[in-house]
Write a new protein. Structure first.
Length: 149
């Protein structure tokens, strides 16, 4: 009797461990993407067909849900991080990001970013606009050293 009770308790303990691990796995993709996003600056490599960017052109995802987006697009400086407030959320499956942009006049725009791929050195996504158009973006952990024409 004592032996069967011990075996039963061992079975229950094992079942609880595997059940709790499964729940962690369901959340792990969102957590994995968030950890990668918040690992520092992501420098522009390309935005559609434009490929001339430098170290002033980056996105920085913060752990508090804010985003800094600055860029020097082929010689035309625009520091968007200072002119609008950006916040983000990662979807549960880690495949998309909702980006909310609030301008100084309190108007807001919401953008859906579909993640094509993400790893420790590169992030690829498309920005989907309400008009039905999209832009393809490639960011990396190293800045390009580009001199515009």
């Amino acid at each position: 009797m004592k032996k069967s009770t011990i075996l039963f308790m061992l079975f229950i303990s094992t079942a609880l461990v595997f059940t709790s691990c499964k729940k962690d796995e369901e959340q792990s993709e969102k957590e994995r993407v968030t950890v990668l996003l918040t690992s520092g600056k992501w420098y522009y490599q390309s935005f559609n067909t434009s490929r001339c960017f430098n170290e002033d052109s980056y996105w920085e995802f913060k752990s508090d849900g804010s985003v800094i987006d600055t860029w020097n697009f082929e010689g035309s400086s625009r520091f968007l991080g200072s002119s609008r407030n950006l916040t983000y959320t990662v979807s549960e499956d880690g495949k998309s990001i909702t980006l909310i942009s609030t301008a100084a006049n309190s108007s807001t725009n919401t953008y859906n970013l579909t993640i094509t791929s993400i790893n420790a050195s590169e992030l690829k996504f498309s920005i989907n606009y309400s008009s039905g158009t999209s832009d393809n973006v490639v960011l990396a952990k190293t800045a390009l050293d580009c001199v515009p024409f």
